[in-house]
Design a protein around this ligand. Sequence first.
Ligand code: P6P
Length: 335
Amino acid sequence: DHNKLALPVGTTLDRFIMRKQEDFPYATGELSQLLRDIALAAKIVNREINRSGLIDIAGAYGNRNVQGEDQQKLDVIANIRFIRALRNGGEVCTIISEEDDDIIQTGNNQGKYVVAIDPLDGSSNIDVNVSIGTIFSIYRRISPTGREGGSADCLQPGTHQVAAGYVIYGSSTMLVYTTGNGVNGFTYEPSLGEFFLSHPNIQTPKTGTVYSINEGSSDSFSPGVVAFVQQCKTEKFSARYIGSLVADFHRNLLKGGIYIYPATAKTPGGKLRLMYECNPLAFIVEQAGGKSSNGQQRTLEIEPQTCHERCPLFIGSKELVEQAEALLAQEKKAP
Ligand code: P6P
């Protein structure tokens, strides 16, 4: 039937969401609406980011922008925009955000979904015009509707995600997401205000020749990480490290490669956050045929203890992640 036909490149995100919803006979449309709410916020944040350059210039003469408002940091603006879109959409009861220590209640106690979000990751890269990104994860609440979501609703393992995605604000702005049936990429056309399907059914290469890690911390890498990095150099890999997680992840997803943020002296538990950085990207990479772990354990199976906990991240082409895990396992055995 027409649902099983691959949707042609150029399909709009709205039509794609609608057609995919038809694949689920019992779908009631809430998740579809939630995805649209996220896409709307992404369009608004994209516009703010593109204007920020101009405002920053104006802001260079004091921190008031052209409207005479105090120039807020873009990650604060992105946080406000995504929370407002999710609150107005009505589908989400509770939010975990990188920008807020406590969980955020939207007031939609009938909402069936919980969202974990990094509204604008790598925002230190904005001032130097490096690509940045939004990363989000969607869970179905566990507690009955009619009251606020609690920590049990928020601290679910990554295997419980119903959807996950990221927006990359780069040379072009893209939305890449999965609902558990493959990964699809949409490219934003600002003049039309629409996302168009540009990368249907993304499959990440099984292996690759790119490794992404901050070698500035190599003095405190574990022996297994040192051995894996050395192996990459012996095999003449390319080192590609933008210092913006979504940009590094997106390049490796499409071209093949591995991104590693290991435990280091400065970050003994890793730097990246489990709930709204590692889990959503792990869901996406597994749906694209890749792999993600903390070096020993599958990222999606880590049982979260707190909203903002960190974990080491080894993510990308399946064979490269497995090679890194094998070298880490040997260090456990070595005296
Ligand atoms: P480091 C940005 O601050 C970020 O959270 C990720 O986007 C990025 O991959 C990482 O940290 C870079 O960290 O320690 O290498 O500068």
